[in-house]
Design a protein around this ligand. Sequence first.
Ligand code: SF4
Length: 220
Amino acid sequence: MNIARLKSDPEIFYSLQGEGAQVGTPAVFLRLAGCNLSCTWCDTKHSWGAGLELPVADVARRLQEYTCRHLVITGGEPLLQQAELEQLLELLPPDYVVEVETNGTVEPSRALRQRVDWWNVSPKLRHSGNDAGAALCFDALETFAEMPNVWFKFVVQGEADWRDIDALELPLHQIMLMPCAATRAELAAARPAVAEMCLQHGVRLGERLHLVLWDTKKGV
Ligand code: SF4
């Protein structure tokens, strides 16, 4: 499977989950290479290109070198490698808690739906710079909306974004809004307005703990 490269190493690391409902949870992160979108503000552009091709069994072995049994699979867009992900999760012991972070453009397979514990689905809005036809896949979002273990995380720049979010008709109790920010300072400046949006629309405020703790540092 194709793993994002951080310098010369595959991007597998131990940290705290920075976003989503499991924020603050110690986790091993596996970042897969390749994405089908190209968000202008993407903070993991290094994952877009060719990564390191590793056998699935090798990835499973590397993950199990950590004692932590909470795995976050991220990207890039991890669901571009569904077959490899299914193989990987079959190789890991069943006590692993598995989260997948996806942009919501690819429907997850039945096998992944059955095995993954938490889905962090982050559909991209107009300000991402993607063509709306590519960024929003309504069939995939409908599938995710029928699953109870999904959070829809929207990066927002302001109230104008709500109209596009509302039009998707997703369950409000599974929506969280996160400020669009690339640095700790930008996050602090943007958060109050997003908190107001959350109060107004009755949805959850999403944290970006990795920016709070580590600012722009990669691989943490
Ligand atoms: S979908 Fe995610 S990984 Fe892909 S370009 Fe957008 S922010 Fe980056």
